[in-house]
Ligand binder design. Sequence first.
Ligand code: PLP
Length: 414
Amino acid sequence: MNKGYFGSFGGMFIPEILQETFRRLIEAYEAARADPEFWQEYLSLMENYSGRPTPLTFAENLSRQYNTRVYLKREDLNQTGAHKANNVMGQGLLVKRMGKRRVIAETGAGQHGVATATMAARLGLECVIYMGAEDVDRQRPNVFWMEQLGATVVPVTAGSRTLKDAINEALRDWVGSMDDTHYVLGTACGAHPFPEMVAWFQSIIGEEARAQILKLEGRLPTHIYACVGGGSNALGIFQAFLPETRVELIGVEAGGKGNQLGQHAARLAFEGGKVGVAHGYKTFFLQNSDGQMRDTHSVAAGLDYVGVSPILAHLHQEGRVRFEAATDGEVVAALKELMAQEGIIAALESSHAVAGALRELPDLADDSLVIINLSGRGDKDIFTIADALDDAKWRGFIQHKAAHYAAMDSESNR
Ligand SMILES: Cc1ncc(COP(=O)(O)O)c(C=O)c1O
């Protein structure tokens, strides 16, 4: 098979000027992959810094209610609260190996930016994060943390001032800085070797889950649910179970407000995506008939991406992974149920996986064994969740804070 291709998806659609940088990256990645000491160093860092292995928590109350054994893989317990840590720390070690001293990344909601800034601080690297100016305004708490961690956040004012403009700006930076800079991609997308490399670092999730479920239950799960933005947490848990065809793998995309183009980010479940080439690779993108990328919508900023991992596109075409979509409403209801039943505050992204599972649990056979991948924790979503739940006390708190700052400003202007 052609390197970097998964069926007909993937590839390396990059400008001539980046060819040499990618050649060196592929070389470093392949050498690291062939070196068991590199993986040991990675495991040790993840154990000592990020708290791995993350637990596989038995969801006792949900299991009782649905008469099915349900487990949660707790990626929310990682450093910075999500599976993103697995990927950025892995790429950070690779950066050290390549002898580079600077990292750049682009981020939409800011989670990947915070994770990258954390890694850069820990490994002593200079860090620049590109973010659409619109997103900088919307995601102030994450911008605050990136800056406190020592990163420079560059608000991108071009175009629609969102993620896709930030990607263009980050690529422009890379073209001029590739000798000493690595571009830390946040998910299993983009040009080769990123999809394969990110999936490799994330495979730690499934390797752990497989050993844990065998130890706890003495058998493999029957169903595994994971949310799908770019696809890194889903591939992370799915990979260890791919050869076990009796294990059903279910990817849950953002159904947003419904199945009309522009209202969701479900590239595969709604069959709304069309095959195309963008952002350096070939996959299903949400686009209109003349190939223009469409705007997407999801209550979860991290699932709001027009493309999907080429590895998942291939597994979809092969029929190995089933894709479903959960609407914003179902997701908020699922999060409420998880909090009430298990005392766990999941990220809105992860709540898509929970919603997908809750929809199907009543119809599963009694001897089913379910794992839900909880990719991240929900503290970061407090503004969105409070809005979605229309929490009046939270609104009062924000108004109070705003009045307090306004009073401070007018005092200092006097
Ligand atoms: C908690 C969480 N889960 C899932 C995702 C989606 O990314 P992926 O599909 O690459 O796992 C994100 C992205 O920001 C996230 O923050």
